[in-house]
Design a protein around this ligand. Sequence first.
Ligand code: AMP
Ligand code: GLY
Length: 436
Amino acid sequence: MNVLLIGGGGREHAIAEAIKRSRHDVKLYTAMSKRNPGIARLSEDVLLMKETEVERIKDYALEKGIELCFIGPEAPLAAGMTDQLEAGGVRVFGPTLDAARIEFDKAWTRNFMQEHKIKGNPHFKVFDRSQLREAHEFIDLLGDVVVKPAGLTGGKGVRVMGDHFRTLDDAKEYTDLVLEKDDVVIEERLVGEEFTLQAFSDGTHLSFAPAVQDHKRAYDGDRGPNTGGMGSYSDAGETLPFMNYYDLDAAREIMQETIDALKADGIIYKGLLYGQFMLTREGPKVIEFNARFGDPEAMNTLPLLNTDIIDIAEHVTTGKLNELDVSFKERASVCKYLVPEGYPEDPVTDTEIRITEPLGDALLFYSSVYEKDGKVYTTSSRAIALVGIAENIIEAEAIVEEAMHAIKGSLHARHDIGTEQLLQQRIDHMNQVRGR
Ligand code: AMP
Ligand code: GLY
């Protein structure tokens, strides 16, 4: 079977590895903007192409006789890649444009959840540029606010009171700035612990992966600027140390109701649904949905997958996910990104990365690096991820830290992710939020 993967980051390297583990006879083709050496090694052929070039990637897929396509990042989804490939007769793991809207139109999603009475929305309102005064009044009313552009911003457009704003005037000033270009979503700041829940969806049925916690801030102790995600962990089993089964069930229910509501509106969501939640005193609330695997969360989840990913994709695209038993190993995972020094604000690019020793039990996923004359170099984004899988989080963390010694370059990582100390802090914080 000829399979096309679109995307060239760490998440896509993990997808490629899962595809290569399939019992089906798969030939993997990849379309990516930079040559990821890990993915290139697993691919029959590589198309170096901007991932939003829908027509050219479609031509490539038809020329190579592709039967099934996995779309990794959000940008091709937002460019309508799924619709175009499906029109060409290719089965696609990844939602169509009308379904992927759940990620790239935050205003639409909040309104959609409200209309369908789906739990998990914070207090929010959406404003356009003619409603400056109303937006300011709403900021005064809420006080503790988060301000988001309605469209896709690569996670960089969201500003939070206490983090980015000190005063209501700061929030209003940023609101005015957003309104020059886009609609704005103003919402209540949620307080608690964040977690990610990923589920395979065939439009009706969901199969859930274990919950994961990502770490957005650049430096240890959750300090420094927000990043694409510095690393993440999952526990042996389905929940996280600060979370119980009621919390997990409540989050699953929100995702199921969302898929049901989409279906009721005639939108069949096929692919991966990513729920980002804040576990608050009142239970899980939705921060946002994404229409794809998380990066780094895919690197926690996919290595634990027992079920053949090609079988999953076939059941997803034919609407028969309920006929497949999707299961994950009951093991913990820790993923840490090595990023260029200075990332995200002032990253040192084009420096060589060397792997000088064996990595022990750790898995390695290449992300935004490129290969030239057999050497690997940094770009301005996250470079290499290391993943440890073990009986518990602490052991998985140790596997990653051990392997990190083998990787040389102008690189930085968070050493606190998955440590006993940080896990305890998360548990203590959640207890405090719950008023215990
Ligand atoms: P997003 O791009 O929506 O993932 O937002 C980036 C980050 O902003 C999230 O990971 C959260 O840490 C934070 N954030 C977004 N919305 C809220 C909210 N309503 N309350 C608190 N934090 C939020
Ligand atoms: N880890 C955050 C994301 O994939 O959006």
